[in-house]
Design a protein around this ligand. Structure first.
Ligand SMILES: [Zn+2]
Length: 299
């Protein structure tokens, strides 16, 4: 974990160990929140004393349940997940047993099963576990993945979609994932891509914020995330955890989900939604659509 920041002292980067960090000028509305950057590996991390926890059931409220059951959203997830499941199959995992860490309501478990995997999920939210049982008929393990868990240590494949940015210690998390894979096992993870052009653009050009009035940086740094990884930082972490054959794929967000969230949660007006449709349309162009990153590695 990041050492406690004591009155103005620098902290050591949890990825590369460098003490060469700086605090960025970003003061969002969500309170006590210091955005830091390691000048060596580019990791951005948040110093805050109140992170939302992953077992927070409030994520699975009525609106999110509705969004994760929309046919258009499910179809977009399926298309994306099948693309990466095909890549995993090409890497010849040593067996067909697949563990999805932070499986939520089970969308990925279901798609992996359709591709022939014998699936297991682990998820800290009890509401999500119940939804998974009701919607897809799977019974994920309730809790966090750790090395003392009863789960097998020889899965052929393991995934962690949008999990690593939330965990307290990404080094430990990757070592634990590594420990639950069989030799030659495939690990796939997704996280925001701090090396992406669109994130750099939002960070760098203040005019976007002023023209579009959408609070640009607040749309890419969230109170629930602790870390934002550059490709360099992610390479260091994965190599140190013992992974090889690192492949990094630039990926976009699930647009239908993002648009539905803006419409239902933020209750945007027609004009605001038109702005968002324009932003997402631009993001779909090949140069800018890589806000996320999916990384595939082998043990
Ligand atoms: Zn660093």
């Amino acid at each position: 974990m990041i050492d406690e920041m004591k009155s103005g002292q620098q902290t050591k980067c949890t990825v590369c160990g460098s003490a060469n960090s700086r605090q960025l000028d970003f003061t969002p509305s969500y309170g006590n929140y210091n955005l830091m950057e390691c000048r060596d590996c580019g990791l951005r991390y948040i110093l805050s004393d109140k992170f939302e926890t992953l077992d927070d059931d409030s994520y699975w409220d009525e609106v999110n349940r509705q969004i994760y059951a929309m046919p258009g959203v499910l179809q977009e997830f399926k298309k994306k997940q099948f693309k990466y499941l095909n890549k995993i199959i090409k890497l010849s995992p040593p067996n067909n047993r697949f563990l999805d860490v932070g499986c939520g309501n089970g969308i990925f478990l279901n798609n992996a099963k359709l591709k022939g995997f014998d699936v297991t999920g682990i998820e800290p939210s009890s509401i999500a576990v119940d939804l998974c049982r009701q919607q897809y008929g799977y019974s994920p393990v309730l809790g966090y993945l750790d090395l003392d868990s009863d789960l097998p240590r020889d899965f052929g494949a393991l995934s962690a979609w949008d999990v690593i940015e939330h965990v307290a210690d990404p080094k430990d998390f990757l070592k634990i994932c590594h420990g639950h894979l069989a030799p030659g096992g495939v690990f796939i993870l997704e996280t925001p891509d701090e090396s992406s052009w669109v994130r750099k653009l939002i960070n760098g050009i203040d005019v976007i914020k002023k023209v579009l009035k959408i609070g640009a940086a607040s749309n890419i740094y969230y109170p629930s995330h602790r870390y934002y990884f550059t490709h360099k930082a992610m390479n260091i972490l994965l190599i140190n955890a013992g992974f090889t054959h690192i492949k990094i794929y630039k990926e976009h967000t699930i647009y239908s989900k993002a648009i539905a969230k803006n419409r239902l949660y933020r209750k945007f007006s027609g004009l605001q939604m038109i702005k968002y449709h324009i932003v997402y349309f631009i993001l779909r162009t090949p140069f800018l659509w890589n806000k996320q990153v999916v990384i595939c590695v082998k043990k």
